[in-house]
Structures are given as structure tokens and as C-alpha cells.
Design a protein. Sequence first.
Length: 114
Amino acid sequence: MKRINTRQQNLFDNIEPYKLHRKNDPQTSRDAAYSIPLAKTRAFVLDLVEESGEKGATVKEMKAAHPDMGYSTISSRPIELERLGFIFYKGDKRNGSRVIRHIKYKERATNETH
């Protein structure tokens, strides 16, 4: 696993596990929400997206670059990161997957579409 940007990891340290599952989810989902190192995996995926620069990254590309990581570990984080305002989707796709970009590129992407 690559080195985690601890500054970014600290951004996620206050997220409570109960926010990661719905009230009607099965017990296995609840158990998983309390077992994952959420701050670390969010920071890991955010680092990958940020390192991809303006071109962005897809979940498939991130997974291919880190085959040791579980697919759901990577694929679940972009939705959370988007809700938290750290990443965005411009609307383009690459190899059938949505391209994810760091929020610092959003203004530039918005200006390109207008």
C-alpha cells in the first residue's frame, strides 16, 4: 500500500461508522462499517485522485494500479468523497468508467463546458 497523506487522513478522522450503513442494512454491513479503517482508505483514494491530476482517474484504473486493495474498498470511497466535497465528476468517461477529479480542478472543468 502506498504512503498515506496524513494531513488528508486527519480530515476524515471524525466520521462515525454508524454513518456508513442504513438502519435497515443487514448485520454484515453494520459490522463492516465498524471494521474498516475509514479515514485511511478515504485518504488513500483521495491521494490517488489528486495524484492523477487534471486528467483524473477511474475506479478501474485505481484498482489496476493497486491490485492488493479490495475492489469495494476503492469503489465505495468516491461516493463518500463526492458527498464530502473533495472530488467531482465532470461527466466524461474513460473505458466505460466515470472519471473522478480532485475538487481543485472543478473551476477549470466548469469553465471548459461553458
